[in-house]
Design a protein around this ligand. Sequence first.
Ligand SMILES: Nc1ncnc2c1ncn2[C@@H]1O[C@H](COP(=O)(O)OP(=O)(O)O)[C@@H](O)[C@H]1O
Ligand SMILES: [Mg+2]
Length: 377
Amino acid sequence: MTESDIKKIQKKIVSLEQSLDKKDKEIEKLKKMLDEYQGFLDQMKKQPLIIGSVERVLKDGRIIASHAPGNRVLLQPNTFLKPEAGDSVVLHGQSLQILDILSKKIRDHVVGMELIESPSVSFEDIGGLDPQIEAIREIIELPLLHRELFDQIGIDPPTGALLSGPPGTGKTLLAKAIATSSKARFIHLVGSDLVQKFIGEGSRMVREVFSLAKENLPAIIFIDEIDAIAVKRTSEVYKGDREVQRTFMQLLSELDGFANKEGIMFIAATNREDVLDPAILRPGRFDRIIKFDLPNEEARLMILKIHTRKMNLNNVDLEEIAKKTEGFSGAHIKALVTEAGIKCLRERGNKVIQAHFNKALAEIVDKEHGIKDYIYS
Ligand SMILES: Nc1ncnc2c1ncn2[C@@H]1O[C@H](COP(=O)(O)OP(=O)(O)O)[C@@H](O)[C@H]1O
Ligand SMILES: [Mg+2]
């Protein structure tokens, strides 16, 4: 090693030491800045914060969150927190950035609610609704079990059905039966529950329920009493509740998001088709309507036969009863049969006879307010 080499190395060492010094200073400066920002952030978190909820996380990581009713914001991807749809979050007052995840409560709530049922109703338990059974099989069961048929012909399968008709005529019953026969998960929502039980959270419930369905395909989402959330604004029952509106909007957007997705079908039921917002009947939503009516004599006889199947009858003329029960719904008939059974029980009898039915019938029909008010389905 020559002397000049040594000098070169010494020079290099000096310059390295200098740059090290510089770096140390830079680090010092950055640490100070970090402290400042940390303080700033802490300060920010001390200010009143907004509670919101995550509606959706987009593929690119951006987040759609909502805070005040109807106010949604699009946020840039959050690199520190990984909130999921349905989470309750804390938003900064001005920037609306997500500062913290509060809870995943709704999600757990929905999962714990056992909305998923496995009904054991079969078509044999339904009397006098053959045309309705045929229609619902075509609309709901066929796309679930044989989607390929639609693809072959090149048409979109139906997405959902609205069951419409008076109370107690077997709408819920039919929805359950179709879930059994198409081997689908049955997710059962009740419109009035969304409005009354989950005040302020109806729209989140709807969102969660649909995402629950997505994880449980094939599935049928059944919304009973849909008129509680989908009432047209001009109708006399419209209450103009913002939360109801939000729930309804959420429902429409979920329906549209799922339109024609394989393995999921929608069924809704209502006694008040007249007040329904027509928006729910658009293609891709509940695009087929199945009408229900009070059973005629022949249908009443079939329903009577179904509900007396397991009963110990003695000389009961069901045809006669079917004649006398004009205006009864299926639910009324079931109540009548139960009532006749109770009459027999009171007499400590073990066979139900015609007289029991006649007594029960007289009691039900004689009520001042008529059968409709006497029994609720
Ligand atoms: N067509 C029917 N066949 C047999 N039972 C019926 C029929 N319609 C109604 N019922 C009886 O009435 C009960 C209530 O009917 P439901 O399906 O809840 O009526 P809806 O949903 O139309 O108000 C059923 O659980 C069933 O016992
Ligand atoms: Mg019902």
